[in-house]
Design a protein around this ligand. Structure first.
Ligand code: ADP
Length: 648
């Protein structure tokens, strides 16, 4: 029988796996049990949706058989099994996704020190990357898989001793299902592989990693029973017992979400999270709901502490695992989680969902919509509770996932504004050191000065640049707080929201910041009129580059600033240039001059006596203003020459 080769990428990874010093080797058992449980789920689903299948849930189990003498560990399930092609396709390809990250993570993983539990110090990289079956090669010198697919007469044997390839031959199996037969490696100084054929060790591993698997995981176990001829069986004496073997179920089988909240400890929820979602970090928040009403359901929801490695990629799929009375009907039900809470992980179990339901029908199911709405509200309330009860934790959450909430406010024309507006945070001038703490809109509005009309915001690359913007001077002088928009989405969010608690958002770049009273306005207008010719001259000198020149009451110590009039901000212009370098989108430029600054006096003087030099001044003022607003000089060489001429 010629050997078939693994695909080359698979071969390399397999080599890595076989020779790995990864201390988490025991995890392979959980992976194989989880595969068996999936196979049982699939068949259970068929059985429940097709009454002709003639099976009942209680028939399904995973059996573990230990052969100490030959160092062989067998896992046997009566699930859907695999056809010849499935054996070939499922077991011939390793690490369908994330293989590169997996390699890196494996290379980085360190052995645990003496007395350390590897599960406590090593991220669970096997689970994270879907290389489950192959993890068995960390402990196996040979693996045989005998499988017979549901509804098929033939069974097949897949055999491999590692990276040099595998064979598939015809085999016998009396019923459908799969046996995974592992011939363990020889013990060496680093690893006692024989522990995987030791009863109490296997029992411990099943309890540790697979307790909540909803099918019995059974094993023949040695037990002591009172001797049959013992008259007083109620109080057995050690001397009067005998050793027997008995098929014992090792796991408790009750899924955690079906259990009473009072019986569960924080640790139970955390362990479940780690094992189910392969996240080594403790979740930031969990909540366990048991809802009774028009639709009854149980839900266990988690907010991760960090975004997963693929969270910001297209590969990431949101969704909750969906069960109907303990039977999984969907691995990832997207409709249960709105986009703005896509980071939430968890499970939902409802007896009110029909098992027969197709995925398309499920999307339109009224029950599912009710559950989804409740879950959305629940998450919102939990977050609001965290914000008021544990500010530091909330800020940590917001740092990672706040952007998601902001996109949530901005999407669908602001439909979710009311739901989310009190959960979003921004940096502000009241917290302006570089790692300043963000503020909520409610906090901003509550401490607004009585005469303050607007919620002011300034946009820029980072806090320190924004805090120096000349156009914020007048606002600062009045003691008004300014929100600092450092993320692309911030400005977008404010635009969609328009207002918060009846207070409008206003950019510091806006022409009219609403700071002047009628008299002051008149005064500025008069000055503007008096200097009409000079302003016209500057406009003419700068040409198409700017849209308008005017005198500004915003400026105090600075002579000049450049603001963006109209709807496009400088940040948007810059963003468009990065995504589309030839983008014609350009913010309208408004050059604002401080009429009370010495430089303005100088300019006036030059305009009257030396127009050539006045032109150069106009150039310098414009480019300097652009630089302060975070824009690049449009003609750096030409500009430098102008500057040098002025300096000499
Ligand atoms: P994953 O479980 O993440 O998909 P694995 O490498 O563990 O990756 O398994 C590959 C595939 O092999 C599974 O998706 C499944 O289709 C199939 N498989 C593995 N074990 C079994 C089993 N006991 N019964 C049926 N199919 C199985």
């Amino acid at each position: 029988m010629p050997k078939k080769q693994f695909k080359s990428e698979s071969k390399r990874l397999l080599d890595l796996m076989i020779n790995s010093i990864y201390t988490h080797k025991e995890i392979f058992l959980r992976e194989l049990i989880s595969n068996a449980s999936d196979a049982l789920d699939k068949l259970c689903y068929i059985a429940l949706t097709d009454s002709d299948a003639g099976m009942s849930r209680s028939d399904f189990a995973v059996d573990i058989i230990l052969d100490k003498e030959n160092r062989v560990l067998t896992l046997s399930d009566n699930g859907v099994g695999m056809t010849r092609d499935e054996l070939e396709n499922n077991l011939g390809v390793i690490a369908k996704s994330g293989s590169l990250q997996f390699k890196e993570a494996l290379a980085e993983s360190k052995p645990a020190k003496d007395g350390e539990n590897p599960a406590d110090n090593t991220p669970d990289i096997i689970g994270q990357f879907g290389v489950g079956f192959y993890s068995a090669f960390m402990v196996a010198q040979q693996i045989q898989v005998i499988s017979r697919a549901y509804g098929q007469d033939d069974a097949y044997l897949w055999t491999s001793s590692g990276s040099e390839g595998y064979t598939i031959t015809k085999a016998e199996r009396s019923a459908w299902g799969t046996d995974v037969i592992i011939k363990l490696k020889d013990d060496d100084e680093n690893e006692k592989y024989s522990r995987f054929v030791t009863e109490h060790n296997i029992e411990g591993l099943v309890k540790k990693y697979s307790d909540y698997i909803r099918y019995p995981i059974r094993m023949e176990k040695e037990i002591y029973v009172p001797k049959e001829d013992n008259d007083n069986a109620e109080t057995p004496d050690v001397n009067e017992t005998e050793k027997k073997t008995e098929l014992t179920t090792l796991n408790s089988m009750v899924p955690i979400w079906q259990r009473n909240r009072n019986e569960l400890k924080e640790e139970d929820y955390q362990n479940f999270y780690r094992d189910k979602f392969y996240d080594f970090e403790k979740p930031l928040l969990y909540t366990h709901t048991d809802a009774e009403g028009i639709v009854s359901y149980k839900a266990l929801l988690y907010i991760p502490a960090k975004a997963s490695y693929d969270y910001f990629t297209r590969d990431y799929q949101k969704g909750l695992q969906l069960y109907s009375s303990g039977v999984m009907i969907m691995e990832r039900c997207e409709d249960l989680i709105p986009e703005h809470f896509r980071f939430v992980k968890g499970v939902v179990d409802s007896p009110d969902l029909s098992l027969n339901i197709s995925r398309e029908m499920l999307q339109h199911s009224r029950e599912l919509k009710v559950i989804a709405n409740n879950i959305e509200k629940k998450i919102k309330n939990e977050l609001a509770k965290m914000l008021s009860g544990d500010r530091g934790k909330y800020e940590e959450f917001h740092k990672t996932f706040g952007i998601q909430l902001k996109y949530g406010v901005a999407s669908e024309f602001g439909m979710k504004k009311d739901l989310l507006q009190d959960l979003i945070m921004f940096f502000s001038s009241f917290s302006s050191d570089n790692d300043g703490r963000p503020v909520t809109l409610d906090e901003y509005v509550t401490r607004m000065k009585s005469e303050q009309k607007y919620i002011y915001f300034a946009t820029g690359e980072n806090i320190s640049l924004i805090s120096k913007l000349p156009q914020t001077e007048a606002l600062r002088e009045k003691g008004y707080e300014i929100l600092y928009f450092t993320e692309q989405v911030d400005e977008f969010t404010a635009q969609i929201m328009r207002n918060y608690k009846d207070k409008e958002f206003k950019s510091v770049n806006d022409d009219d910041l609403g700071l002047e009273n009628e008299d002051e306005k008149k005064d500025t207008q008069e000055k503007q009129e008096q200097n009409k010719d000079l302003l016209g001259f500057i406009k003419e000198t700068l040409g198409e580059r700017i849209n308008e020149v005017k005198l500004s009451p915003k400026l105090k110590s600075h002579p000049v600033c450049l603001t963006a009039a109209g709807g496009t901000s400088f940040e948007m212009e810059k963003y468009m240039k990065t995504v589309q370098p030839d983008s014609a989108i350009r913010a309208e430029r408004l050059l604002e001059l401080n009429p009370d600054h010495k430089l303005f006096e100088r300019l006036k003087d030059l305009y009257e006596h030396d127009t050539d030099r006045a032109k150069k001044y106009a150039e310098v003022l414009y480019t300097q203003a652009a630089l302060m607003s975070g824009l690049a000089a449009e003609d750096p060489v030409g500009y430098s020459e102008t500057l040098f001429e002025l300096l000499t």
